[in-house]
Design a binder for this molecule. Structure first.
Ligand SMILES: Nc1ncnc2c1ncn2[C@@H]1O[C@H](COP(=O)(O)OP(=O)(O)OP(=O)(O)O)[C@@H](O)[C@H]1O
Ligand SMILES: [Mg+2]
Length: 326
């Protein structure tokens, strides 16, 4: 295996295309001092509004932060959310190639927070499959963008972008060009992702796909064997939270990486960090086991922090230097 932190330099500058369900994570923070005279609900005195890149846009954010030349393909509405997203993407250095669907809002998850507690979450979204002219626009963009990509991510949050025909088209385009394609899955039917390079379910997604519990290793093994029949040679990388991540090829268990975290503060978004790091390592033509080791180290950094879950190259290099050789 490659020696030490220098490997991180090899990640820089590769071109990664992220296709998927983009979202805005919105935080409305303030104080509650009284109950509304209109209804028995608290009144929030709004102090601050924060927008973060979510869903596929968070995966893209992780890639950009790691030094990838990142392009994002997805769908937005014809609304204020689309403008908020465009500003945030530009700030993060991500090239946006979004299609506008007038029939749906830009997906937005709004958390109203007071005193460190969420009072309510408001979801603006429509989860219908993208079709018609918007589908055609997405496919045209993908056909064009895959041509200049070193790796591709399908970031599926089951909001309608990653349909079976769209995934098939994107995966076929990648295969023709020998471009690795990594899938972050959310649908029950993994046949949608057949022919990808790697599919990265967490335990819950694996259970959903196979219809039985997948907690014990034997159950995960059985699930991977079942899925091997429908994913056309794709490797399966099962992310197992505190138990790390395990690779399967043709249903056979292979490389395992234990979780790298020493402290855990906030595990949200760790999966996106894994997918981003893994994909960038594959873009740099590192072998899958090495890509996994890097992804695990990056996830270990992400979960050890509150708030933003992106990881910088020097942080990854420092983690390698700190003693976990890859
Ligand atoms: N509690 C934890 N302790 C240590 N490492 C963790 C923990 N949770 C997650 N990780 C690291 O992050 C990786 C991905 O986590 P997980 O399997 O929870 O993905 P996920 O459910 O897709 O995450 P997300 O919330 O982003 O969807 C794990 O394989 C592990 O390396
Ligand atoms: Mg996930």
């Amino acid at each position: 295996m490659s020696p030490g932190p220098a490997i991180v330099e090899r990640l820089r500058g590769h071109r990664v295309l992220v296709i998927g369900d983009v979202m805005i994570d919105e935080y409305l923070r303030g104080d509650v001092h009284r109950v509304s005279p209109e209804a028995p609900v608290p009144v929030l005195d709004l102090r601050s509004t924060e927008h973060r890149l979510g869903g596929a846009a968070n995966t893209a954010h992780n890639l950009a932060r790691l030094g990838a030349a990142t392009t994002l393909v997805g769908v937005v509405g014809d609304d204020d959310g689309a403008r908020v997203l465009a500003v945030a993407l530009e700030r993060a250095g991500i090239a946006a190639r979004t299609a506008v669907d007038r029939e749906r809002p830009t997906t937005r998850k709004t958390r109203v927070v007071s005193g460190g507690h969420q009072i309510v979450r408001i979801d603006a979204e429509r989860r219908t499959a993208v079709a018609g002219a918007v589908f055609d626009a997405l496919v045209a963009t993908i056909d064009d963008a895959v041509d200049t990509a070193d790796a591709v991510v399908l970031s599926d949050y089951a909001k309608g972008v990653v349909t079976r025909p769209l995934a098939a088209r994107a995966i076929a385009a990648c295969r023709r060009r020998g471009v690795p394609v990594v899938v972050d899955p959310k649908q029950r039917d993994f046949a949608t992702y057949a022919g990808a390079t790697v599919i990265t379910p967490n335990l819950h997604e694996l259970e959903h796909a196979v219809g039985h519990a997948a907690h014990e290793l034997a159950e995960i093994d059985a699930g991977a064997a079942t899925l091997a029949r429908i994913i056309d040679g794709a490797a399966l990388l099962v992310t197992r939270g505190a138990d790390g991540m395990t690779l399967y090829q043709d249903g056979v268990r292979g490389h395992h990486v234990p979780a790298a975290a020493r402290e855990v503060f906030d595990v949200t978004g760790a999966g996106d960090t894994v997918v981003a790091t893994l994909t960038l390592a594959l873009a740099a033509r590192l072998p899958l086991p090495e890509a996994m080791e890097l992804a695990s180290l990056a996830a270990g950094i992400a979960v050890s922090r509150r708030g933003t879950s992106t990881v910088a190259p020097d942080e990854l290099a420092a983690a390698i230097a700190a003693g976990r050789p890859i």
